[in-house]
Design a protein around this ligand. Structure first.
Ligand SMILES: [Zn+2]
Length: 101
């Protein structure tokens, strides 16, 4: 549920397909394929994070790859959202205090 929210909320995060990236072990391009979770730990990581299990067709490397990347622009947007959120909370608190007083 939280995954959809992050992707929908604009340019903060970008989806990517690790199948189009290079293997971290042998450097072969387009050799990574989605792999099924082998144990409970992998299942938990897959369901709670953006990491999925991948396997290299060439060298047999197997591990987690992120399906989400963060860009510099997205980090700047995120900081901007946080600043706006903090200012909003600050203003709301002042208004509430005045109403209470
Ligand atoms: Zn490989």
């Amino acid at each position: 549920m939280s995954k959809k929210k992050i992707i929908r909320s604009g340019n903060i995060l970008f989806r990517r397909d690790p199948g189009f990236s290079t293997c971290p072990s042998c450097g072969e391009q387009f050799s990574l394929r989605r792999s099924r979770a082998r144990n409970f730990y992998e299942n938990v990581v897959r369901s709670l994070t953006f990491f999925k299990t991948y396997r290299c067709n060439k060298c047999g490397w197997r591990g987690f790859r992120s399906t989400i990347i963060m860009t510099w622009q997205s980090v700047k947007n995120l900081v901007l959202y946080l600043i706006i959120a903090v200012i909003t909370i600050f203003i709301v608190r002042i208004v509430l205090q005045r109403m209470a007083g």
